[in-house]
Ligand binder design. Sequence first.
Ligand SMILES: [Zn+2]
Length: 366
Amino acid sequence: MFKAIGLVALALLLATMPCAVHAQGSAMEEIGSKAAKEAMAQLGFQSGDKDILALTNAGHAIVEGQTTQAALKGLTEASGCSVGDGNLLQVLRPYWKPLWFYFFDKETGEAIFLQADNRAVGMSAQKLASLPADQAFTRITRANVDLDYMLNHTDEGNATFQGAFGGNEFTLVGMSNVWAQPGSSFDFLQATAFHDHLCPGVTSGYMLAKFVEGKLPIEDISAQSYRVIACPQWCKDDLLQMRWDATPGKSSMFVMALSDAEKSALRARYNQSDVAGIYIRWNQTAKQGDALVLGFNWTRARELDGSADFKGPSWAAKLVEDVRLMEYWNQPQLVVSVIKEFEVDSERLALLQSAGVHPLKVAGVM
Ligand SMILES: [Zn+2]
């Protein structure tokens, strides 16, 4: 009996605890929680709603010398959005950029952007908790970012793309619209978060990756890995770094530019395909690899996604491509072609990677 009363008393005490618990958390945690609660109030969703996507640069931003990962904890606890559910992504930004939060409801297309006030994170958690949202955030903006809606209401789309989300419009609208599609996938979105935004260039990286994986699959996971001579570089290479752990720091990717004259000469030579780099499946045990020089045909890609004769607003062209190219993610052969195949040994690999040597000349394609 006493035990039961004790439990009831404990339950009552816990029910009144949230404020006390928050007071013990950090202001950084509170700012994430506050952003989520404001989004829930304005967009009208409950914690755990799987139709909600949260995007933020928390964890990358450093505010007044403080790292910001605790804001992720507050955001997840309040909104239920989590990496595990695939509806929380950390978008890469340099650490000095302002801390921001964004929530998107795929059911309605409505989104809200909140930019934290640096002074707020310097307060005590308790003081911050009692502060009205418009004093904790320097910007709270709402817009409908559903691509079809925006194309039908171009005045609203124009207004959104005039800086409504603090310069993050292309990133946030693109990621939201692709995430909302049934065919969306976490690995792709995670790579776009690393790239900073979702553009057709990252999509081309996804298709190039799938093409290479089909033609030169990794069969020996302890000995084989992919090496990339990113010549020329474009947005594709950030996806490849993340997907294959092919980073420059570990000598898995070497990045080299081409001049405009070189690019157009190559395009003329290879049936209007852009040379998209050299891809090597390298065997570290055998010190031997298989290399592919690949082309990516942007003209064909724009025919497929219907953007070749796109007449809509300029901010929409790449977004339309982002969404429509999803249909072709698993058909890379429609736009990717093999320009040359060859084998490499350690000596040739070293040559392809060396400064002062033109890798496409070493490969014999120019
Ligand atoms: Zn890009």
